[in-house]
Ligand binder design. Structure first.
Ligand code: PLP
Ligand code: COI
Length: 340
């Protein structure tokens, strides 16, 4: 039976669900892994994760579909990105097929926590991995734990689909040689001061610029950018130091193949932003969240789509993407993994 939650008033927070998955790596091999009920983790004070932040994570969602199933969206891409992150931090790769199996096990075991179709909420799934044995010299751990938990969530930004106001961050999120293309703890920790500063000043998010020249648009703390030109082209920033968003890659495909739009994936200069008709943030958590205004100290850019609602092209992309995720629009081959 579904849990007794007020699904449509959920925000983006953590609620401990009943089951999580754990697998441990020791002596060069992963154990068989299992579902467990304990949400706590006890580790050595000297564990690699605490000393040198050797930890990575992923994020994806499970959806209730119109016809009563539970599915997740392109988990193979999360498995592949997690493998890239692991390699970059000298961690053992958790096999990609086992990653997908672990996600499915956690969702199935917690199906009473999956928000109903049409509630506006979804089940957020967080796979992560950390170095667990004591490490004091600067080197990788040799024991690891891979875990997956799930938590029901509502919209990432307060106000749901209402356009948000963001600022251009004065802080860099990563060094110019950056490791921002992986979900390493380091980069998110580097963004915390910037996000607290932005929130204190009344902004919902930060637009990070490339740290080297501060002329190009990178991404926000938890989402990539999409822009729509006045003649209806989708433009998304290309950079090696942003997270290769699965949502953004899916939107580019949907724009081209479902909506017949022109798509450009290229460096985007901050100077161009004032000329776009629509702006949005895209990601698993953000879905597609419209941006109405971008502030850079004394410069205020009001996006023509305005502060009242999503621009018309953004809305079409949003409806098509979420329609695919929730089963009302046929998905491209291999995008939807049916769990139960
Ligand atoms: N950029 C950052 C920094 C993120 O944390 C996320 C969230 O996962 C994204 C972009 C969006 O990526 P995805 O669409 O794969 O969720
Ligand atoms: C996601 O969308 O999955 C993210 O990781 C964004 C944020 C919650 C870190």
């Amino acid at each position: 039976m579904k849990k007794d939650l007020d699904w449509s008033s959920l925000g983006f927070g953590y609620i401990a669900t009943d089951y999580r998955y754990s697998s441990k790596f020791k002596d060069g091999a992963w154990d068989e892994g299992q579902l467990i009920t304990d949400s706590m983790i006890t580790l050595s004070e000297c564990a690699g994760v605490f000393q040198y932040a050797q930890t990575i994570f992923e994020g994806l969602k499970a959806y209730s579909t119109k016809d009563g199933h539970i599915v997740c969206f392109r988990p193979d891409l999360n498995a592949a990105r997690m493998a890239d992150s692991a390699k970059r931090l000298e961690m053992p790769v958790f096999p990609e097929d086992r990653f997908i199996d672990a996600v499915c096990q956690v969702v199935k075991a917690n199906q009473d926590w999956v928000p109903p179709y049409g509630s506006g909420a979804t089940l957020y799934i967080r796979p992560y991995m950390m170095g667990t044995n004591p490490v004091i010299g600067v080197k990788p751990a040799n024991e690891y734990e891979f875990r997956v938990f799930a938590t029901p969530v509502g919209p990432y930004f307060k106000g749901g689909a209402k356009p948000i106001v963001i600022k251009v961050s004065d802080f860099d999120r990563a060094a110019p040689h950056g490791t921002g293309h992986i979900k390493a703890g380091l980069n998110y920790a580097m963004s915390l001061h910037a996000i607290v500063t932005a929130h204190d000043e009344g902004f919902a998010e930060n637009m990070y610029l490339d740290p080297e020249s501060r002329t190009k648009v990178e991404e926000t703390g938890g989402a990539n950018f999409i822009f729509i030109t006045k003649d209806g082209t989708l433009v998304t920033p290309k950079s090696d130091s942003i997270l290769p968003s699965i949502t953004r890659r899916s939107i580019m495909y949907v724009a081209e193949h479902y909506l017949g739009m022109k798509v450009e994936h290229r460096p985007v200069y901050f100077d161009e932003v004032k000329d776009f008709a629509e702006c949005g943030l895209c990601g698993t958590a953000a879905v597609i969240s419209p941006v109405g205004r971008i502030v850079n100290h004394d410069t205020v850019i009001d996006i023509p789509a305005g502060m009242e609602e999503m621009g018309p092209v953004t809305k079409k992309l949003y409806d098509t993407l979420t329609g695919i995720q929730m089963g009302s629009i046929e998905a491209p081959e291999g995008w939807i993994k049916k769990i139960c």
